[in-house]
Design a protein around this ligand. Structure first.
Ligand code: ATP
Ligand code: MG
Length: 580
């Protein structure tokens, strides 16, 4: 029978300085974790119990979906990462080490390389497919900004899974199976998640979804449609183009103005130019000089919009887009930085679809201190292509239904990717089909931040007294507060109830500390056990004890003989807490 007095549960009265968001504060205050150094945490007994319960749910659902559990090394040879080109691509996020023979190794930030290499060696024929493998293991990432406790750590637990299929349709089925399993996992953890379309970024691949926990503290921006199920990470979010560009201000008679150079001394920013020319920002053509695959290109968005680089990269089907340096800008525009415009440029020009058909607009003149007004984009510039490039924001129109998009913040707890054949081709994960033809396996990869999920549960489920654990992942579903542990009758009643509950498969912690009742109540609320049983002198005299859910205001008095069943009945309601 676990006794509080024998454990290590260092609850804190005050909010620790190091924590900025509620879940981080509560994990420290409830004595679940302790910081070792930036982004590195130790799990204390209660925190570890909660983590194990999340892991167990993940394992059960992965197994139920037919995935096979494996365990791969965290240490991996650099050479493997060179073969996929990701040693470079990952950059400083990877922790790099050497062994005594000076061989270079990395601490795995993820495991596509290792698992694909395994599949390449061990699976040779269509008979060995499909297979999905998973592991629950610590990942290492040298994050630029580790913060918020377990939310963004340098070492964290991930459940990663990888599917290998014969072809694209089959891979879609594996993807769907993982997607469905993720939905069940988060629901069982008591989390409400929002699935959003996501960018595929450095992973490569065709398609991906993220599972987001909506929260103010979320590091990801997302939009959701008020009229249909469309939801997307801001990195990927699309918008329906406006029906028409804003009408020209000047040419009221319908005749389009012709371009005219105007001196704009010292006006470089949109605000300066807009004020000087008395032209609304939406009618300015913001011209950004980028390098795309090493070559300069101009990218245009309306002056009141931001460019989304992720969307630019995807539209141009490359990972290699970057703002050009000043020297390049001056070379291709012939003007100092701040006066670039699309008219007369002889590099590719990619424009946001929102600019299509715009006239009477202003842009940089590619000459110092000069802008050009009266620009009709299609007439006056050679636009190579229009794409949806602008960053989406609140109030934009849904790409699916035209409804209004609303902005939210979220914590990414899970991510599923359709990877395709990028890794299997580079690492030789090929199989022989029925006709003896060699083909690359089609892959998917799937991640759940296990430690982040645990903290996200707290971020979503707490009140001003502390954590409110869903029963399925609570460190203990039941706490028994023995208010008089030195009185044998009280200690005896607590022990008997605990044993009865344990015999029924219900885990219980007994608070037998020599502490004032106020402290025990306070700590029980802070840690957030779903059910609290109080054994006190007055109740005992009547043969009764108190049972209360964490979410209830008032306790119920229950006869001691009926207490075990009363607790079990409540646990059954929640399910998950009983091992039967
Ligand atoms: P993020 O965008 O938050 O950096 P990511 O997209 O790089 O995450 P993935 O490679 O998709 O992360 O990893 C799978 C899951 O691992 C994520 O959905 C997230 O829950 C978790 N995760 C990623 N990085 C961290 C971290 N530094 N600390 C804790 N959990 C993390
Ligand atoms: Mg991700």
């Amino acid at each position: 029978m676990p006794l509080w007095s024998q454990s290590l549960i260092p609850t804190l009265r005050e909010n620790p300085q190091e924590a900025e968001i509620p879940s981080h504060t509560l994990m420290l205050r409830a004595g679940l974790i302790r910081r070792l150094s930036g982004g590195l945490y130790t799990f204390l007994p209660l925190g570890l119990r909660a983590l194990r319960r999340v892991e167990r749910i993940v394992r059960e659902e992965m197994d139920a979906a037919g995935a096979l559990e494996v365990l791969m090394p965290a240490l991996q040879p650099r050479e493997l990462w060179d073969r996929t080109g990701r040693y470079e691509a990952m950059g400083d996020v990877m922790f790099k080490v050497r062994d005594r023979q000076q061989r270079e190794l990395v601490l795995g930030p993820t495991h596509e390389e290792v698992i694909t290499e395994l599949a390449a060696r061990e699976i040779n024929s269509y008979r060995g497919l499909p297979r999905t493998f998973y592991q629950i293991q610590n990942k290492f990432r040298d994050e630029i900004r580790p913060r918020f406790g377990l939310m963004r750590a340098k070492e964290f637990s991930m459940k990663d899974a990888y599917s290998f299929d014969l072809g694209w349709d089959e891979a879609d089925a594996s993807y769907q199976a993982m997607y469905n399993a993720y939905t069940r996992i988060f629901t069982r953890c008591g989390l409400r998640t929002r699935v959003v379309e996501a960018d595929t970024g450095a992973m490569g691949g065709k398609w991906s979804h993220e599972f987001m926990v909506l929260a103010e503290a979320g590091e990801d921006g997302l939009v959701e449609c008020e009229g249909c199920p469309y939801a997307a990470n801001l990195e990927r979010a699309e918008r329906r183009a406006p029906d028409a560009p804003p009408p020209p201000q000047a040419a009221a008679d319908g005749a389009a103005e012709s371009p005219r150079d105007v001196e704009t001394p010292g006006c470089k920013t949109i605000e300066q130019v807009s004020a000087f020319l008395r032209c609304e920002p939406a009618r300015l053509i913001k011209t950004l000089i980028y390098t795309v695959n090493g070559r300069p290109a101009a990218v245009l968005v309306a002056g009141d919009r931001d460019l989304n680089e992720h969307k630019l990269a995807r539209a141009l089907e490359t990972g290699d887009v970057a703002l050009a340096d000043d020297a390049t800008i001056e070379r291709v525009t012939g003007a100092p930085v701040g006066f670039a415009g699309p008219v007369g440029l002889d590099i590719p020009v990619y424009a946001d679809q929102g600019l299509r058909g715009i006239s009477g607009a202003a842009a940089g003149a590619n000459r110092a201190d000069t802008h050009v007004t009266g620009v009709s984009l299609d007439r006056d510039a050679a636009v190579t292509a229009y794409y949806d490039l602008a960053a989406v924001r609140e109030g934009d129109r849904c790409p699916r239904c035209g409804g209004r998009l609303r902005e939210k913040r979220g914590i990414e707890v899970g991510h599923v990717f359709k990877l395709g054949t990028r890794y299997s081709e580079r690492l030789g994960a090929l199989y022989l089909d029925e006709h003896g033809e060699r083909k690359p396996m089609v892959m998917g990869c799937y991640g759940i931040g296990v430690t982040r999920t645990l903290q996200a549960v707290i971020e979503q489920s707490h009140d001003d007294k502390g954590i409110v654990w869903p029963a399925a992942v609570a460190p203990y579903p039941v706490v028994i507060l023995d208010l008089d542990p030195s009185v044998p009758a009280s200690a005896g009643a607590a022990a008997r109830l605990a044993e009865t509950l344990e015999a029924r498969g219900i885990d219980v912690l007994v608070d037998d500390r020599d502490e004032r009742p106020g402290i025990k109540f306070h700590d029980a609320d802070l840690i957030g056990f779903p059910l609290r049983v109080v054994i006190g002198r007055r109740g005992l005299e009547q043969g009764k004890l108190e049972v209360k859910r964490r979410t209830e205001e008032k306790a119920e008095m229950v006869a001691i003989e009926a207490a075990a069943e009363a607790v079990a009945a409540r646990i059954r309601e929640w399910s998950g807490g009983v091992k039967e």
